[in-house]
Structures are given as structure tokens and as C-alpha cells.
Design a protein around this ligand. Structure first.
Ligand SMILES: Nc1ncnc2c1ncn2[C@@H]1O[C@H](COP(=O)(O)OP(=O)(O)OP(=O)(O)O)[C@@H](O)[C@H]1O
Length: 314
């Protein structure tokens, strides 16, 4: 459905995207995950046509779109700058999005009201964009993109300005509409929980390169390298250097109370249903979960389960 072949992007001498090839299936919810500056937005802008590739090819539904402008690529987009017309009310903004659709005015209004209700922006339809908060603008931008039911949707951190409750309901809504209308979606985030929760597959990129592509469970259980492992899971995996190897272990796999290792608790944070304990052990810092508060400075014994061994690099 969407194919990238050896896509590379230079900004001057800087290689922001490095030989990326991807196959995104029709109707797939495909996540691009990476740390800040890894190239996520650039990758999305290349697919949208907002940036030109330095080399490589991009195909959408078997059409080579590499040299086509954004307007000819037939994709919906929600980017961080919300792209609302400032001198049009929200309702009119959404109407413009439906301009070229061959459906009746009634049907258009119905669609707008439906989606507005779901994203809780009904009471904003009569306002101008500059009368809205960042989070409200973001919801309007999502509504404007979804109301079209495009074949392909590109979303760059579309929920970053929403508070927790809205973020959860909005992402469920995005997923539901995406499934209902079989919209192939590429969704950029740096939030690994969000990626695991809603992705059909996740692509982890770092320094412009693809590190791993896989289902959430695969990426979580079998991270290809230390970079992927460090990005996935919260609280994050700890890394210990032992005999030239790097051992990665998730906090829930550090068993406190008994075992061959002994360390000192350097910090204890309350995380709601558990405490997150930081243990100092031979120049390593290990995160563990505890049901009870443990005093800083205490000695603890522990064991490690289900750890991963990585090459000492990256
Ligand atoms: N127009 C540009 N000119 C020069 N360098 C750029 C340009 N756009 C992006 N870059 C560089 O390319 C790299 C990737 O940027 P990009 O915005 O794609 O990262 P990102 O993963 O989306 O980051 P974030 O999560 O912080 O938004 C960065 O080092 C950035 O400085």
C-alpha cells in the first residue's frame, strides 16, 4: 500500500534519513517510534511530499509518488502545526476539508456533527482557530483529517497537547475510525506506551535508520538492539555492563528480597500501584518494582530474570 525503497534525505551534509525501505500494508496502523531528532517527522514529511527525497522511491497504492506534490498524493495529515484556516470558523474549516467529496451538503453536515461529538468539539464549531486552546486546535485538526475518511492518514504526534483523559479517548477514536474505514495510517510518536497500545506494527528509527519493524509484542519481547530496548517499556529497561556484555533487564524482572546480587537503594519513587526502586550495583543502576516503600540507603538482595544480552555497542 505504501512502499519506501532506499529513501535517503540530506539536509546539506546531514543525513536525516538513511536508506529506509518499508512496506506498510493496506489498512495497517503503523507506528514510527524514535527519540527526539531521530528523523520521525522528516520521514512523514517525505511520505506527505512536504520534503523531497535526496534519493530513493516512494509508492502509494502502486503509484510512484516520489516526484508528486502533496496535493496529488491523496493523503490526510495531522501535523504539529495544525493547518487550520485562521479566518474561518471551525465548522467552515471542516466543510473545506470535504469540499471535493461527492456527497450532499446534508451528508457533509451530518459527518461533521458526528465527528465533532466524538471529539468533544461540538461547542467549538462556531469559533475561530485563534479562540481555541492548543489541545482544542489539535482535536479540530484530527476531526478535520478524519472527516474526509482518506485512504492514507499521516499523523505526527497528534495527541501531544491533550490531557491524559482526552488522550486516551482520542486515540481510541482514531483507532476506531481508522479500522472502520480501513485507513492506512502512519502515526509518529515518541511515547512507547502509546506505540505498544495502538500500533499494529511499530518501526523504531534512530539516527535516520530503521532499527526494527515488528508487532508490539515482538518489539517488546525481542528488541533487536539496545536502542530499541531502551525506547520500549515504561519504566524503562536497565542496562548493566558485565564482562564486556550489556545485559538489559526490565524492572518487573528484577526480583527483590533474595538472590546472588546485593546493592544499595539510591532512590524510591511512588508510581501508584508500586514503588520504583533504583539500586546501585557495581557502577550500574538498576530499576526494580516494589510493593512497599524501601528506605534510601538500604541494602537489598535481588535476582534477575528474563534478561537480554546485547553486544556492547550502540
Ligand atoms: N529543514 C531542516 N534543515 C536541516 N536539518 C533538519 C531539517 N529538518 C530536520 N532536520 C534535522 O534532521 C533530524 C531529524 O529531525 P526530525 O524533525 O525528523 O526528528 P524527530 O524524530 O521528528 O524529532 P522530534 O521527536 O524531536 O520531533 C534532526 O537532527 C533535525 O535537526
Amino acid at each position: 500500500m505504501i512502499k519506501l525503497r532506499n529513501v535517503t534525505k540530506f539536509f546539506g551534509n546531514f543525513k536525516a534519513i538513511d536508506d529506509v525501505s518499508l512496506d506498510i500494508e493496506k489498512g495497517e496502523f503503523f507506528i514510527v517510534l524514535g527519540r527526539s531528532g531521530s528523523g520521525k517527522t522528516t520521514l512523514l514529511r517525505l511520505i506527505a511530499g512536504l520534503e523531497k527525497v535526496s534519493s530513493g522511491k516512494i509508492y502509494i497504492e502502486d503509484n510512484d509518488v516520489t516526484d508528486l506534490p502533496p496535493s496529488k498524493r491523496d493523503v490526510g495529515m495531522v501535523f504539529q502545526n495544525y493547518a487550520l484556516y485562521p479566518n474561518k470558523k471551525v465548522f467552515e474549516n471542516m466543510m473545506i476539508a470535504l469540499e471535493n467529496l461527492n456527497i450532499s451538503k446534508n451528508e457533509k453536515e451530518k459527518r461533521i456533527l458526528e465527528i465533532a461529538k466524538e471529539l468533544d468539539i461540538e461547542n467549538l464549531l462556531d469559533k475561530y482557530p485563534n479562540q481555541l486552546s492548543g489541545g482544542q486546535q489539535q482535536r479540530v485538526a484530527i476531526a478535520k483529517a478524519l472527516v474526509k475518511r482518506p485512504k492514507v492518514m499521516l499523523m505526527d504526534e497528534p495527541l501531544s497537547n491533550l490531557d491524559v483523559q482526552l488522550r486516551y479517548s482520542a486515540r481510541k477514536l482514531i483507532k476506531r475510525i481508522q479500522r472502520e474505514f480501513d485507513i492506512t495510517t502512519i502515526y509518529v510518536t515518541h511515547d512507547s506506551n502509546e506505540a505498544l497500545a495502538i500500533g499494529d506494527r511499530i518501526c523504531v528509527i534512530d539516527r535516520g535508520k530503521v532499527m526494527q519493524v515488528g508487532k508490539p509484542e515482538e518489539i517488546y519481547e525481542n528488541p533487536a538492539n539496545e536502542i530499541v530496548a531502551s525506547l520500549i517499556g515504561s519504566p524503562p529497561m536497565s542496562f548493566l555492563k558485565i564482562d564486556g556484555k550489556v545485559i538489559g533487564v526490565r524492572p518487573d524482572n528484577v526480583i527483590l528480597g533474595d538472590g546472588p546480587y546485593e546493592g544499595i537503594v539510591s532512590n524510591c519513587e511512588f508510581w501508584g500501584s508500586y514503588y520504583l526502586i533504583y539500586i546501585e550495583y557495581n557502577d550500574n543502576e538498576i530499576r526494580a518494582l516494589s510493593k512497599v516503600r524501601i528506605r534510601e540507603g538500604s541494602k537489598v538482595r535481588f535476582n534477575l530474570m528474563n534478561y537480554k544480552v546485547f553486544e556492547n555497542e550502540g
